[in-house]
Design a protein around this ligand. Structure first.
Ligand code: TRP
Length: 493
């Protein structure tokens, strides 16, 4: 059987872009920019894009395309001892997408609630008490919240029908689901600039504070944002790359994807700060107090701001539809990555069956986030996966390709098939810059987490966090160092 293929190059780029462009572009980037130096933040951000993001994206696409396998198969082909790296990436993906889908489920709940919009005046109480019914602490599980769980069921139902035929169904979906949220974002932007106050919002977003660049935290934030936003280190781009022909272009596709992703982030910043500017003007609160990230931005501040606008219901519907659409391509890209790994190994099982099993497992895994303590679990797990798993996988990937397989060898392959030739700088980025940057990030994060336990969660909860961060890594290391004879026999096969 021949491997599945993307129906066209444009479809591949849309799919990769869809994975990259997600909630992170809307609720993470603008906040970081506002917090870390405004317009000046673009400097570390763009430097991280060129030195870390693009080289790593090229690497992942190249590995998948050259080896023609998902993450587990591809990394094993690069070196049999690294069989655990793909597994580590996929476990982390599994964990991330299990809660990412829950955020999409909240968006759906709000999409329906937009018809009534009875959060005006108390958006905060509405989100935490009415919608999530959040308990007083992580130890009070309080049972599953049915409306969120049903909504989550619908999310997994939708994801299933996006991936069940692999590139064929994904190809059909991304033609709509990737451009549409950007169009919706543009409508929100038009709304914002036709209201007073937006310019003050933009001023806060863009006014450069050059001094901020002296703070190392700004650089680490830029670096991790790039990594997270491009969906790197989860085996996604490897899997997507593996559905391209061996002699397809790599470098151009990577640049196009990366630049459009960052462009969307910058664009989203205008929308977010434009709307916040209007809200600050309308209720007379200082802008600084409104700037928020994560769920607080999307489900408290934004709904409140929208409720103050003329034609609020329409814009509320557009906004939550946009959130859902932003999320879905990222969510199904994970499932596609999981599918690829299993389908490589078990050729007799159909993609439809594999997808069904994963969607069900992910629904079950996500149930914990639909409890009354769901928000706490989501926050905790997100913190540990995105700070540790993401970085450790990134480091291992650059060591594997840069040092074990050989950066130069990979670069020659990339240049053979690509229009744009990459210079020796790529080897330096893969072998030195990326591992050094990521190790620095990892160590800084570790010291911080040891000094002040994250958000003051109880020890058992932090234990879960550390287990998520360390257990997959230990499995990887164990496989790396395991009995050599066995490995040689794999190699001979
Ligand atoms: N790129 C996504 C965003 O910006 C975040 C992300 C990274 C993600 N890896 C993921 C989302 C895996 C879902 C699954 O929002």
């Amino acid at each position: 059987m021949t491997r599945q293929r993307w129906t066209s190059r444009a479809v591949f780029i849309l799919a990769a872009l869809g994975s990259a462009v997600g909630l992170g572009n809307l609720w993470r980037f603008p906040y970081l920019a506002g917090k870390y130096g405004g317009g000046a933040f673009l400097i570390p951000y763009l430097i991280a894009l060129v030195l870390v993001g693009v080289p790593m994206l090229i690497l992942e696409l190249a590995v998948g395309q050259k080896m023609q396998q998902g993450a587990v198969g591809s990394y094993t082909k690069l070196h049999p001892r690294f069989v655990g790296l793909g597994i580590l990436a996929l476990i982390s993906s599994f964990i991330i997408v299990s809660y990412y889908a829950v955020v999409m489920a909240w968006s759906l709940v709000y999409l329906l609630a937009s018809l009534k919009m009875n959060w005006s005046g108390d958006a905060e109480g509405y989100f935490y008490q009415k919608v999530l019914q959040t308990s007083n602490g992580i130890e009070q599980l309080g049972g599953i919240n049915l409306s969120i769980f049903l909504s989550l069921l619908f999310v997994w139902f939708s994801v299933y029908f996006c991936v069940w035929q692999g590139t064929k169904s994904v190809g059909k979906v991304v033609k709509y689901s990737v451009p549409l949220p950007v169009i919706l974002m543009s409508l929100l932007l038009i709304r914002a600039v036709t209201l007073p106050g937006f310019l003050q919002g933009w001023e806060m977003y863009l006014q450069p504070n050059w001094i901020a660049l002296l703070n190392p935290e700004v650089w680490t934030a830029a670096c991790s944002q790039i990594f997270y936003s491009l969906s790197l280190a989860f085996g996604i781009m490897v899997a997507y790359g593996s559905y391209k022909d061996r002699d397809d272009d790599i470098t151009q596709d990577a640049w196009i994807t990366a630049l459009l992703d960052s462009g969307t982030s910058i664009f989203a910043g205008f929308v977010v700060f434009g709307v916040l500017g209007y809200m600050a003007w309308k209720i007379g609160t200082p802008l600084k107090d409104l700037a928020a990230s994560g769920p607080g931005l999307a489900f408290v501040v934004f709904p409140e701001a929208i409720s103050l606008m003329p034609l609020s219901k329409i814009f509320s519907i557009l906004f939550f539809l946009m959130l859902f659409l932003l999320g879905i391509d990222s969510a199904f890209s994970m499932v596609a990555a999981l599918n690829a790994a299993v389908a490589d190994k078990y050729k007799h099982i159909s993609l439809a069956q594999i997808s069904l099993v994963f969607c069900l497992l992910l629904l079950i895994a996500g149930a914990i986030y639909t409890t009354r303590a769901g928000l706490y679990f989501l926050d905790l797990v997100d913190h540990f996966v995105t700070s540790y798993n993401l970085l450790s996988i990134g480091i291992c990937q650059s060591i594997l390709v840069g040092w074990v397989y050989g950066a130069e060898k990979m670069r020659r392959y990339i240049n053979q098939v690509s229009h744009w030739q990459i210079g020796k700088w790529w080897n330096i980025a893969i072998k030195y810059i990326i591992p050094l940057a990521l190790v620095t990030l990892l160590v800084t994060q570790f010291i911080q987490d040891i000094k002040t336990p994250y958000e003051g969660y109880p020890t058992w909860a932090l234990g879960i966090g550390w287990t998520i961060a360390l257990l997959p890594l230990l499995i990887f290391l164990w496989l790396l160092l395991k009995d050599k004879n066995k490995i040689i026999s794999i190699e001979e096969r």
